[in-house]
Design a protein around this ligand. Structure first.
Ligand SMILES: *[C@@H]1O[C@H](CO)[C@@H](O)[C@H](O)[C@H]1NC(C)=O
Ligand SMILES: *[C@@H]1O[C@H](CO)[C@@H](O)[C@H](O)[C@H]1NC(C)=O
Ligand SMILES: *[C@@H]1O[C@H](CO)[C@@H](O)[C@H](O)[C@H]1NC(C)=O
Ligand SMILES: *[C@@H]1O[C@H](CO)[C@@H](O)[C@H](O)[C@H]1NC(C)=O
Ligand SMILES: *[C@@H]1O[C@H](CO)[C@@H](O)[C@H](O)[C@H]1NC(C)=O
Ligand SMILES: *[C@@H]1O[C@H](CO)[C@@H](O)[C@H](O)[C@H]1NC(C)=O
Ligand SMILES: *[C@@H]1O[C@H](CO)[C@@H](O)[C@H](O)[C@H]1NC(C)=O
Ligand SMILES: *[C@@H]1O[C@H](CO)[C@@H](O)[C@H](O)[C@H]1NC(C)=O
Ligand SMILES: *[C@@H]1O[C@H](CO)[C@@H](O)[C@H](O)[C@H]1NC(C)=O
Ligand SMILES: *[C@@H]1O[C@H](CO)[C@@H](O)[C@H](O)[C@H]1NC(C)=O
Length: 797
């Protein structure tokens, strides 16, 4: 347990060392190498890194809620942690001891203490070999000549594709060896076992080479003849899927027949066949074969069987109540199979995987007892939208047949009697249960303080402290109103001082969060792992009865809005300070989006959520709040929680779609605010029209008068070119279409390199339709709840 007691330099060193111990990150102590030679090995926490730093080969760990604890040897993108290849995907390694090694005979082996070694190259090996993780992500085992040159390639990972196609990989067939290069989806994001879908390049008996997608062996989509390098108008449909920097190769000769591609500027690209049959590229996240599955999210149906034209499955966070129609524990089936089974079973109205790791399948029909309970927790169920529509979105009761109304009256009458009779008994039991619950809570908290092994990535430990309620009461002077710092989206915040003198901020979460303690604990541990100098640090928590409190480090300079939007305090923010605040926020956001491995989307970035420490360093707060609160809760507190008007991107406000790019939008607004010293929702009169800051900045930009936007309170004269660049970047960030907006790493390089030319921004959305947005706001925020959160599957990468 670590409490920040020491201060200054020693603290920094201490935390650096600690973070090295915890994160299998860039500072893992052993030297990084891209080569494995006979006799060498990498442990569970070690990895090989390609020379260009882009790819990493190592183990990743999963722990599901049934306590299955397993690892795969995989190659991942170092930048976002996404898995691009898995070795021997059908045989994950259970247990806590093992390594990956090349033995003296040149066999690549996954060693583990739960069984015999898994050999990657059982058929070809040589004592004189070396295995290299190349810059293109291919892991290649070569036999060497005595002089160290390559004699021949014995084995390469590109010959055993999993669900991801990288530039340089082949899709097709080696006609000499019969080896086929086929993508096969995984069962789920957590289990790499081959799933229902595959994608291959072949002629399908028709003589025309084409892409063929299958589910469980049956063709469900073919591309027809393709020339993806043809950029003519006729090919426009295809070109919308592939950015112009792709270069496709079609090779067909007596030795092999395949499709592969390269990306001209070396940009990050990978095609992934996801567990539900969709194909998308990280460069262009559009689903290629939309007919992949049976109208489960992200896909559309080819042929309705006994379902109607207007049926589609919707994702719901929650559980089914009642009795399942069928329940199958087969570990080789997953969501892709389950949706098809439900689609083809006439009475089926919903499905879910049986196990929390995404395997198995349960089908549900609409019997008398059927309903969907939205719990807002991490379980996801899939329900036909017509079923939801009939019964309301929250709890759906089956069989709403009007002829049966009298049955319901009888049932209701009986229920009232029973309730009265049981009322007294219940009261007594509840007392006892409450006692039990408190004891249980204590156990869970005890576990939190003592658990070391957490997460699914092998990182160890966290320094979360569980504070007693009494100590928090003492620290905040019984939550006295003098100590109240403000009211955040999720509840009031109090200042406190611990007996050792450390100052803290205590956030009391509103009681209605409805989240269980176990989920709360899991979320906390995740958030505790997000450590970055531009994020407010979570020190610990406190739970008392139904109330939960988060304890943060205290920020003496309050929040950015305290300075920025106050006419006198604003003068304290000179340009240098503002610029370093801009950079800090950008770095913090990039970390949340890219480097934290959880990929958190903040969703409510604004001046009041940027806190300032004693040196005016910005720290983003309230991140992870969206995680701590389930979607149900988000729905309940919409206006306060999900976004703030003026900072919300159009696609989020209107359609409820959120992504990294919605945070980029908010960042753009913040950038304009910092440069101008004006609130986004202040009204500017320009051309005799009222408009907000974003609109005003756009109008000035169009007339090449951006200079007028600069805050007159910034004395500094030579800041102009930097500030104008900030306005330019800000306008790029608030562009109407999310695709046009840069991502955070682009933003950082745009800000840092003054010489890089910037594209001209396109018109932003809210400058013209302010009214429309306000009207659609109440509607949109509700819709946002039906959109799946993209954070949930990220941990598995
Ligand atoms: C590798 O793992 C195996 C199985 O757990 C173990 O027996 C062996 O000692 C390990 N090798 C090294 C070098 O750690
Ligand atoms: C592991 O994968 C290799 C291909 O790289 C295959 O030849 C071998 O049979 C697999 N071993 C097991 C135990 O699945
Ligand atoms: C391995 O290299 C040595 C010389 O370094 C050579 O004598 C030997 O024949 C080689 N063995 C194989 C199997 O190539
Ligand atoms: C070829 O693809 C079509 C769909 O385009 C499919 O109906 C047919 O069965 C396929 N033929 C073979 C041999 O797979
Ligand atoms: C596309 O790839 C082919 C073969 O891989 C290469 O010969 C050609 O020069 C590439 N085209 C461009 C524009 O780079
Ligand atoms: C096919 O393979 C043979 C033997 O490896 C080689 O000599 C020939 O050049 C190859 N053909 C093509 C078109 O690459
Ligand atoms: C499990 O599902 C797979 C894939 O559909 C199938 O091949 C296998 O026979 C099933 N196993 C059992 C025991 O039903
Ligand atoms: C998935 O969960 C089931 C049930 O808990 C378990 O039997 C199975 O081993 C798990 N799969 C993996 C790869 O851990
Ligand atoms: C509904 O639940 C009751 C008991 O909970 C059970 O007896 C009855 O069979 C269920 N009805 C159906 C259609 O499953
Ligand atoms: C269900 O979804 C489909 C496809 O998105 C849509 O066409 C249909 O109108 C929806 N039906 C209901 C009842 O919402």
């Amino acid at each position: 347990m670590v409490v920040m007691k020491a201060r200054g330099f020693s603290t920094v060193v201490f935390f650096l060392i600690l973070s090295c111990l915890w994160m299998e990150g860039p500072c893992t102590s052993h030297a990084q190498t891209d080569t494995l030679r006979p006799g060498e090995f990498i442990g569970f926490l070690d990895s090989l890194v390609s020379a260009n730093g882009r790819f990493r080969l190592g183990f990743n760990r999963f722990v599901d809620s049934s306590n299955n604890d397993y690892r795969y040897l995989r190659i991942s993108y170092d930048e976002d942690g996404a898995t691009v290849w898995v070795a021997n995907r059908t045989t994950p390694v259970f247990g806590s001891g093992g390594n990956f090694t090349m033995d003296a005979d040149g066999f690549l082996k996954i060693m583990h203490d739960q069984g015999s070694p898994i050999v990657l190259n059982p058929n070809r090996a040589s004592r004189n070999s070396s295995a290299l993780l190349q810059n293109d992500g291919n892991f290649v085992l070569t036999e060497l000549n005595p002089d160290g040159s390559t004699r021949q390639i014995l084995w390469e990972s590109f010959d055993f594709p999993t669900d991801t196609l990288l530039p340089g990989m082949k899709l097709g067939v080696n006609l000499r060896t019969g080896q086929r290069w086929v993508l096969t989806s995984s069962i789920s994001n957590n289990v790499a076992t081959p799933g229902a879908f595959s994608l291959e390049w072949g002629n399908n008996g028709s003589g025309i080479e084409q892409l063929i997608a299958r589910r469980r062996g049956e063709v469900y989509w073919t591309s027809g003849a393709l020339n993806l390098n043809d950029r003519s108008f006729e090919n426009i449909l295809w070109m919308t899927f592939f950015p112009s920097n792709y270069n496709f190769s079609y090779i067909s000769n007596e030795n092999e027949s395949y499709l592969s591609y390269s990306v001209l500027d070396g940009a990050l690209s990978r095609w992934r066949l996801n567990p539900e049959g969709g194909i998308s590229d990280i460069l262009n996240p559009v689903f290629l074969s939309s007919a992949a599955c049976y109208r489960s999210p992200g896909c559309q149906l080819q042929e309705p069987a006994c379902k109607s034209e207007t049926d589609a499955f919707l994702q719901r966070p929650g559980l089914f109540r009642g009795f399942p129609l069928s329940s199958e524990g087969n570990l080789s089936i997953g969501l892709g199979d389950c949706s098809a089974q439900c689609w083809n079973t006439c009475s089926c109205v919903g499905y879910a995987t049986l196990h929390t790791n995404g395997t198995g399948c349960e089908l549900w029909s609409r019997d008398l007892n059927f309903s969907v309970i939205e719990t807002g927790n991490s379980r996801i169920v899939y329900v036909l939208n017509s079923t939801l529509a009939e019964g309301g979105s929250d709890a759906v009761n089956g069989n709403g047949n009007e002829n049966n109304w009298w049955i319901w009256i009888i049932i209701a009458f009986a229920a009232v009697l029973i309730i009265l009779a049981l009322g007294f008994l219940c009261y007594q039991r509840r007392k006892k249960l409450q006692e039990d619950k408190e004891r249980e809570d204590e156990d869970i908290l005890l576990e939190l303080t003592t658990s070391n092994e957490i997460g699914n990535d092998g990182r160890k430990g966290h320094d979360l402290k569980v504070f007693t309620f009494a100590s928090i009461m003492a620290a905040t002077n019984d939550f006295s109103s003098e100590n109240k710092l403000g009211e955040g989206g999720f509840g009031p915040v109090y200042k406190g001082k611990l007996p050792d003198g450390q100052e803290i901020a205590v956030k009391r979460l509103s009681r209605s969060s409805g989240q269980g303690l176990v989920e709360f604990k899991n979320e906390l541990i995740l958030i505790a792992k997000l450590q970055h100098m531009n994020l407010v640090r979570l020190l610990g928590c406190c739970v008392k009865g139904g109330e939960k409190m988060l304890i943060y480090e205290f920020m003496p300079n309050k929040s950015l809005d305290f300075f920025l939007f106050d006419p006198t305090r604003r003068e304290l923010l000179n340009w240098t300070t503002r610029y370093s605040i801009i950079e800090g926020i950008a770095q913090g956001l990039l970390y949340l989006h890219r480097h934290s491995r959880l990929r958190v989307i903040h969703r409510d970035l604004k001046a009041s959520n940027v806190l300032l420490d004693g040196d005016m360093n910005p720290k983003i707060s309230d991140f992870g709040m969206a995680r701590i609160f389930g979607r149900k809760e988000t729905e309940a507190n919409t206006n306060r929680v999900v976004g703030t008007y003026g900072y919300m991107s159009p696609e989020y406000a209107m359609e409820g779609n959120f992504s990294e790019k919605s945070d980029v939008y908010s960042f753009g607004v913040l950038l304009l605010e910092l440069v101008s010293g004006q609130k986004n929702n202040s009204t500017f009169h320009h051309l005799d029209r009222p408009m907000n800051l974003v609109g005003y900045a756009w109008e000035l930009w169009k007339r090449e008068r951006s200079i007028e936007l600069l805050d007159s309170k910034i004395g500094d004269k030579n800041f102009r070119s930097q500030a104008l660049r900030c306005i330019h970047v800000g306008l790029l960030c608030v562009q109407e279409s999310a695709i046009d907006r840069p991502n955070m790493s682009d933003v950082i390089s745009m800000l840092a390199n003054e010489t890089v030319p910037l594209p001209a921004p396109k018109q932003n959305a809210f400058s013209t339709h302010q009214k429309l947005v306000e009207i659609s706001l109440s509607r949109s925020v509700q819709e946002s709840c039906s959109i799946s959160a993209s954070v949930s599957d990220i941990e598995s990468r």
